[in-house]
Design a protein around this ligand. Structure first.
Ligand code: ZN
Ligand code: ZN
Length: 442
């Protein structure tokens, strides 16, 4: 996912008290330190061996092996390369913890000694370089650390722990595939679902929570604006799709500014425009690619309807024949908005404050990135879900960025290089604390 820089403030004190005391904290923190060298080796291995979405075979096998060694009952190939590990530990709530597995077609340029040199063939047959540019290698390392900590401290919690490795997050497809393959029917159905994601502008050592909508609806839309091509010197004999595309791109800007109610967040971005081959030829068509973002189903539908109306209406105004009107396709790789259950999120934030300190738990702002973790809260069961942000960079780099106005490398950047030790240690501690909050013995 791609996120914007957010203004961060500490969450208000003492709104909700953590139900389980943080007495275990010193023990867990010291265990995390003991585990760290092995976790760092795992991190370096995962970082150097990234796999693209739908191709996470080796990655999934490695994570499955880690869970099996800890005594989890592991099922592989759930929704593609997804894996489900179940650990039953008496009667109590069922809690699902999710990591994503996939990497991106990005050539790593961090200069790190363990930088990825991996290459792969993408879904269109092109040779690409591959990098964990979204930090899913951090998520997996933290996930394994949490599994180790919780198995070492089984006497402090009860219930059923379901730990899943989800494929194809970057394609917005993996969560849906795992649900379709029986995640909530073949395995114990969770009472809560948890995840975390690294945040590239939040200092390592801290975490960020958002109640309610945390990430947006993501739609990809293809628009083919068709005209009637011909010679560039005889424009009157044509219907020029380039001029029409230019008008359309500008008119689409009015959807957010003039049609969506102020206060309702939405984004319409035309990210790609291609048409024509030569100076003196008016082409037959121009292709646009759009990304749409919103939080609610209503705004999403309103935006899609407006794109259809404006694109079609402008074509008619330009005299495009009925059989050459634009073709508008909303791709089915839709990622729905992530809604963090407010009650669960308050409870998680309170536990995190008790474990990490008030000042290390910030109220992050919602962003328009997408995350298919949302799907686990959108089935008919309406399971409460919560994903929180994990700080991943040095405090100095955040300070320098604020002072100079120079942005830090974002997620998906070839330069994105998390600060591993404090990030992984805080991630393991934070997620372990969260699970203990929900499953801990009073
Ligand atoms: Zn991503
Ligand atoms: Zn991601």
């Amino acid at each position: 996912m791609l996120i914007a820089t957010a203004l961060l403030v500490p969450i208000g004190r003492g709104e909700v008290l953590a139900a389980v005391s943080s007495d275990l904290r010193p023990i867990v923190v010291s265990r995390v330190s003991q585990e760290y060298p092995k976790l760092f080796d795992l991190y370096k291995h995962l970082h150097a061996h990234p796999e693209l979405s739908f191709k996470e075979e080796q990655t999934a096998a490695r994570i499955a092996g880690e869970l099996k060694n800890l005594g989890f009952e592991v099922t592989a190939k759930v929704g593609g390369h997804g894996l489900v590990g179940v650990l039953k530990n008496g009667s109590g709530p069922t809690v699902l913890v999710r990591t994503d597995l996939d990497a991106l077609p990005v050539k790593e340029q961090t200069g790190l000694p363990y930088a990825s040199k991996a290459e792969a063939v993408d879904e269109t047959g092109n040779d690409v370089e591959v990098m964990h540019a979204c930090g899913h290698d951090v998520h997996m390392t933290v996930f394994v650390g949490v599994a180790r900590l919780l198995t070492q401290h089984k006497d402090h919690w009860k219930g059923t722990l379901v730990m899943i490795g989800q494929p194809a997050e970057e394609r917005g497809a993996g969560a849906r595939a795992m649900l379709k393959d029986g995640l909530f029917t073949r395995f114990p159905k969770p009472d809560y679902c948890l995840a975390l994601h690294v945040k590239p502008d939040l200092p390592a050592g801290s975490v960020g929570c958002v109640e309610g909508h945390a990430l947006g609806n993501v739609d990809s839309v293809d628009v083919t604006i068709r005209g009637v091509g011909g010679h560039g010197a005889w424009p009157h004999r044509t219907r020029d799709p380039i001029v029409l595309a230019a008008e359309t791109v500008l008119a689409l800007q009015t959807i957010v500014s003039r049609e969506i109610a102020p206060g309702e967040p939405a984004v319409v971005t035309v990210g790609s425009i291609h048409g024509g081959a030569k100076h003196n030829i008016i082409p037959d068509e121009v292709k646009l690619q759009l990304t749409l973002r919103s939080y609610t189903d209503e705004v999403r539908q309103q935006t899609i309807a407006a794109i259809n109306r404006i694109t079609r209406g402008l074509a008619q105004a330009a005299g495009i024949p009925e059989d050459r009107l634009p073709v508008i396709t909303v791709r089915d790789e839709f990622t729905p908005a992530t809604y963090n259950d407010p009650t669960l999120t308050r409870r998680v934030a309170a536990a995190l404050k008790a474990w990490l300190g008030d000042g290390n738990v910030v109220a992050a702002k919602p962003v328009m990135g997408g995350e298919d973790f949302s799907e686990y809260g959108r089935t008919k069961d309406k399971i409460p879900i919560c994903i929180f942000w994990l700080g991943a960079v040095t405090a100095e780099s955040v300070r320098e960025s604020l002072a100079t106005g120079k942005s830090l490398p974002s997620l998906h950047s070839s330069q994105f290089a998390p600060d591993p030790e404090p990030t992984i240690k805080t991630g393991v501690t934070a997620m372990t604390a969260t699970v203990l909050e929900l499953m801990g013995k009073p």
